[in-house]
Ligand binder design. Structure first.
Ligand SMILES: [Ca+2]
Length: 227
């Protein structure tokens, strides 16, 4: 091989490495890390709830019926309510056919926590997008509040029922967190009184800026190793 051919090959290899790395960063940055974020998958047992509603289920702390999600609570009896369109309450999911009511059947303050280990990496920033819903027929105080967290980093958000609205009203929310530890879980908890605190369409995506910083770190590391 002639020297100029070797030079060209080296250039192509370097360009390909950077291009692949950039592509990988873009792909990772756009990837939703959450499994079953719309709560569509799992074993929803019709009628398993105190009222015998045919299209919803009382999911207790420790139950693993909702694919990918863990239900936990420090207080016995706390639960979430997993509802499918066509339920007797008239709740309609924000996305797809199924949704979570964080107030559960217990309908109390500080409800059960629904969480997922999405493979968090310490110091990485993540954007958490989700929908919260309020229902005019199950609203006490006309406002719901949801506590969202990645690990011990938490933020809360509220949603008020618009004047004159009847039925379920959904809005999108977006929050940014920095994971403090590897495998910090993303979690949601209703912390208000209303008897319908809707949650749906959850996604967790790594922030592109911190992925680029990580990518930059890899390039520097790669250069150092070659010396
Ligand atoms: Ca859904």
């Amino acid at each position: 091989m002639k020297p100029n051919q070797i030079y060209n090959l080296t250039l192509v290899t370097k360009f390909s490495s950077v291009a692949c790395l950039s592509l990988a960063c873009t792909t990772i940055a756009n990837a939703n890390l959450i499994t079953n974020g719309s709560f569509e998958d799992g074993n929803l047992i019709y009628g398993q709830n105190p009222n015998g509603d045919s299209k919803s289920m009382q999911v207790m702390a420790g139950d693993t019926n909702i694919t990918g999600w863990t239900i936990s609570s420090s207080t016995f009896g706390h639960d979430v309510h997993w509802a499918e369109n066509g339920n007797s309450y008239g709740w309609i999911a924000g996305a797809g056919d199924r949704m979570i009511d964080l107030s559960g059947w217990s309908d109390v303050n500080n409800t059960a926590i629904i969480s997922q280990d999405f493979g968090a990496i310490a110091s990485q920033q993540y954007t958490v997008d989700f929908m919260i819903g309020i229902d005019s027929r199950f609203t006490d105080g006309n406002q719901i509040e949801v506590l969202v967290g990645i690990g011990t980093s938490t933020q809360s958000t509220t949603l008020s029922l618009p004047n004159g609205w009847t039925g379920v009203y959904w809005e999108n929310r977006s929050m940014t967190f920095t994971a403090l530890n590897n495998n910090d879980v993303v979690s949601f908890q209703g912390i208000s009184i209303p008897r319908c605190i809707g949650l749906d369409n959850v996604s967790v995506v790594p922030e592109p800026a911190s992925m680029l910083a990580l990518g930059g770190g890899l390039i520097v590391l790669s250069r150092r190793r070659r010396r």
